[in-house]
Design a protein around this ligand. Sequence first.
Ligand code: SAM
Ligand code: FES
Length: 346
Amino acid sequence: MKAIIDKLYNTQNLDREEFLNLLNNFDTNISEYLFSKSREVALKHFGNSIYTRGLIEFTNYCKNNCYYCGIRSSNKNTERYRLSIDEVLSCCKTGYELGFRTFVLQGGEDNYFSDNEIVDILKKIKSNYSDCAITLSIGEKSYESYKRYFEAGADRYLLRHETANEEHYQKLHPKSLSLSNRKQCLYNLKDIGFQVGTGFMIGSPYQTMENIVEDLMFIKEFSPEMVGMGPFIPHKDTIFSNEPAGSLELTLLLIGIVRLLLPNSLIPATTALGTIDKNGREKGILAGANVVMPNLSPVSVRKKYLLYDNKICTGEEAAECNHCLQNRMKSIGYQLVVDRGDYKYK
Ligand code: SAM
Ligand code: FES
């Protein structure tokens, strides 16, 4: 098994059988061996610096009905909210003072926000904070819409592919959504010039190890600038409410693998990882992640943006979260830095 990890380290790739072998047969020793390599690669590219992104969850309205997601349209128990432009700008102000130089505008697919409105928000943030990067994460849009967002100042876009297997995709989403359209969106975003993030949940219902191999092969082929991977966590108001959460060990293993597949990619230690294990984010960094995404949304709306149950950091002010994360990173020998944290093209 160590020979497979050495091959991944030396060639930045594996074939289907090798991936499967590693996923099916890893144990603590193998994971530790992998992490020693993935951590070394992360340290080589980023030192002990951890990039921060201030997450602003500006709407929890969504027209989609993804089976796993707590803010899906058919969940009548979610109290819906939208932030005004002024509220978004106020989150940015708080974040800027805390040292964030990337703001992530994330939300459900909410057509209330027209392209003009999104463009307006982007331009206002950019005119106030010209030294900051903006990441959008608002789902599937047309090529023309993405282009307008890019021209208005959006630098990056997060759109997880969720699963690279067509059949599995259909088990997680209603018929109105398709893997082919999602992939087309990802290629459109890349073509326009965004730094693009994709990714998937670990342990989503019906997921097999073969599916994960397909995810890894898609990620290698697409070669995104960012890769978001977190455990699936059930939400009580979804049809997957009784499904088990994804595993910490497998999530960490995948962070390590992706660090070796795409050595200078930006990989977050996600909030979901911090939710299934109280030191999950630290463990994610030690497995090769190099980004954290603390929440900048007003505390008054945090508990309404629940994609899954028991989400952490829903009661704290942004400053408290930042302080907590700074200490967590220090405890493992890393530090949060004031930096846009762009992808470095070679
Ligand atoms: N609407 C945008 C989109 O679909 O890309 C952004 C928001 S969406 C809620 C962000 C991500 O949350 C999804 O890509 C999904 O992977 C993750 N997510 C949703 N429900 C989850 C759950 N129950 N457990 C873990 N992650 C979840
Ligand atoms: Fe739309 Fe989750 S179903 S954001």
